[in-house]
Design a protein around this ligand. Structure first.
Ligand code: MLT
Length: 260
């Protein structure tokens, strides 16, 4: 039996930090699937598809600089604060920047406001997978190989965000199509219902692709409005292309920050 739990926000707050024993107990699972559709996890998937050697996620800007300076290979400092590229960094957090000409063979050191923090909150979980709409089918396959799975939505500044819950719902709905031996919690049910009502049910009626409906939804989310306001409107279309890429960036407990 596959059991899926969804956390609509990471299992920590300012008052209950990542290394708090209670927060670790709340996320007992074999696999954590971390979601930050706009845009950290979409960027990680894009970077590895563009030939990055690996992506190391860092909690702070200083940590990223420190690890990059120790890296023997060609390293790129990447990430954002408040959606904007960090001073002195090579790249920001737009998937459009992560093209093979720049990325291929490089080691990426990435720090973002919410996404890398959500990843860090899962540091006790033996395996962590990175999910985006771009690699949805690959993530579904991965989830089916585990017994207890926790989907973690990064949210934005401790607020639940529609775009992350939509992907959690798409994931739960698609996994259900592949197995009846599945048990999901109420948060997963909520996410699946959201996905069905916002995207799946519109398919027959509007006669457009799933990705077009999704991009329309992304424009009307907190993260989507924020990015559009800052001039990253095009990123919404890129992050909404379902199954345009493949593979699942993974990290295991022996190397808790490095995704390949
Ligand atoms: C984050 O981690 O907060 C986001 O990825 C923000 C962004 O898209 O720039």
């Amino acid at each position: 039996m596959l059991s899926i739990k969804t956390l609509l926000l990471p299992a920590f707050t300012e008052a209950s930090p990542v290394d708090n024993v209670l927060s670790v107990q709340r996320v007992q699972c074999d696999l954590a699937v971390v979601i930050d559709v706009l845009r950290a996890t979409s960027v990680i998937v894009t970077a590895l598809n563009s030939g990055a050697k690996q992506v190391t996620t860092c909690g702070t800007v200083d940590e990223a600089r420190h690890f990059a300076s120790k890296s023997p290979g060609r390293s790129l400092l990447c990430g954002e604060r408040n959606c904007k590229k960090i001073d002195g960094f090579d790249l920001g957090n737009s998937p459009l920047e992560y093209v093979p000409e720049i990325i291929s063979g490089a080691e990426i050191f990435l720090t973002t406001t919410n996404g890398t923090r959500a990843i860090e909150s899962m540091s006790e979980v033996p395996s962590v997978a990175i999910a985006s709409f771009l690699n949805l089918s690959s993530v579904v396959e991965k989830v089916l190989a585990y017994k207890t799975v926790c989907i973690v939505c990064a949210g934005t500044n401790d607020q639940v965000t529609l775009e992350d819950v939509l992907l959690a719902g798409a994931l739960v709905s698609r996994v259900r199509l592949s197995t009846d031996l599945i048990q999901v919690d109420d948060a997963s049910e909520l996410a699946a219902t959201l996905w069905q009502s916002r995207v799946e049910s519109g398919l027959a009626e509007k006669k457009v692709s799933e990705s077009s409906l999704l991009v329309e939804c992304l424009r009307d989310t907190y993260g989507g409005r924020n990015l559009s306001r800052l001039g990253f409107f095009e990123d919404l279309s890129v992050c909404g292309q379902i199954d345009s890429l493949s593979g699942v960036p993974m990290r295991f407990s022996k190397d808790p920050t490095r995704f390949a």
